[in-house]
Design a protein. Structure first.
Length: 139
């Protein structure tokens, strides 16, 4: 069994963003040489997410609106976490809802997706460098 590990770094200039990383993960898979196995992709920061869904701008807008209603950024004083001097308690909650990681089957050297599925990096507390881990195992 082979294994492959790579970190991908992101520096998102906005506070919240959804970035399609499917092509980057496909490139990692090609580098790995693995034809059959599993690909794990996970956010290495507790205010970011990795998730699978449709790459449709209306859906991404709906995510932003829905997440902001669930865990509004303002007023920052409404969160106990922010008593530490942080202002990102909402980002922690948004990450919890959107998830930490995805696992995708690898079949015939390709990511084995259903229709419309794409992998996204979700940023909820941008303006600094963050990374995701790509770990691929198989033959």
């Amino acid at each position: 069994m082979k294994n492959y590990r790579k970190e991908l770094w992101f520096d998102i200039p906005s506070r919240v963003a959804f970035i399609n990383i499917t092509q980057k993960i496909s490139e990692c898979l090609a580098e790995s040489g693995i034809r059959e196995g599993l690909a794990l992709v996970n956010a290495m920061h507790i205010t970011a997410s990795v998730f699978i869904n449709d790459d449709e701008s209306g859906l991404h807008h709906d995510y932003r609106e829905w997440l902001e209603r669930l865990a509004p950024h303002e007023p920052v004083g409404s969160y106990r976490h922010n008593d530490t001097g942080e202002d990102n308690a909402d980002a922690h909650l948004k990450r919890q809802v959107m998830g930490r990681e995805v696992v995708v089957a690898v079949t015939g050297g390709r990511l084995d997706f259903g229709p419309w599925e794409q992998i996204f990096y979700g940023e909820f507390d941008g303006h600094r460098k963050k990374r995701i881990l790509v770990k691929i195992i198989g033959d």
